[in-house]
Design a protein around this ligand. Structure first.
Ligand SMILES: [Fe+2]
Length: 230
């Protein structure tokens, strides 16, 4: 029984999905009261997501897209059609990518609700022009902006500067005990505390955008690393 003013934590389920060299983290976030759910960046293996929905006895009510790279939007349209639910993507990402769907809803940084889930978009350009992270309860879904040990690749100086500003914004607004759920896993498992990332993620520890950009765009990075940290 839930009291009227009681805040109920959303349930987060990790779904590992694969296609060829791609390994992505999909997340199902379920409101335990209404049993409405949203999925973040669905790709590759719809059956796995559907199994998780069934286990959670939840209804898919929306699709959150952190950015428009193929490995993050692969299932957005088919799932939106199947479940007749919205796809949320930032306005800037829609404009820069040309992504379209009759289910598409443009985001800014205004919070919105799905059932009892309060979803706060945080605009974090850099990896792409319209990247967005989603804060839901005590959980940050960071796409390819922030990984446990790194951050997404940046294509040029301008995007590296933007990424620095985005990471500084996260440092300003995200509480240390927030769980970070990135789009890809490298060494540490998803759900690390943001406060711990501040200690070991070098990209959160540059003094200014110039030093950050020089390191992020450094020569000699292995191609496999560039691909992995996309
Ligand atoms: Fe990406």
């Amino acid at each position: 029984m839930v009291g009227r003013n009681e805040v109920v934590s959303p349930h987060v389920f990790l779904i590992k999905v694969r296609h060829q060299a791609f390994v992505n983290n999909n997340y199902l976030i379920v409101d335990p009261v209404s049993h409405q759910a949203v999925v973040v960046d669905p790709a590759w293996e719809m059956d796995k997501i559907q199994v998780e929905l069934e286990h959670a006895q939840a209804t898919l009510s929306g699709i959150l897209i952190t950015h428009s790279h193929h490995d993050h939007i692969n299932l957005a349209k088919p799932m939106a059609d199947f479940y007749n639910c919205p796809i949320w993507m930032s306005q800037r990402e829609i404009q820069s990518s040309g992504f379209s769907s009759r289910h598409l809803i443009a985001l800014d940084d205004t919070a919105f609700h799905v059932g009892g889930l309060s979803i706060q978009p945080i605009l974090t350009p850099g990896h792409t022009p319209g990247c967005v992270c989603f804060l839901i309860g005590n959980n940050l879904f960071s796409g390819d902006v922030l990984f446990a040990e790194g951050c997404g690749i940046c294509m040029d100086l301008e995007s590296a500067y933007a990424m620095f500003d985005s990471l500084e914004l996260l440092k300003a607004v995200i509480k240390p005990d927030t769980h970070v759920f990135p789009g890809h896993t490298y060494m540490r498992s998803p759900g690390q505390n943001f406060g711990d990332l501040l200690g070991y993620n070098i990209y959160l520890n540059f003094p200014d955008k110039y030093a950050f950009a020089a390191f992020r765009l450094r020569k000699g990075q292995k191609r496999e690393n560039l691909l992995a940290f996309r």
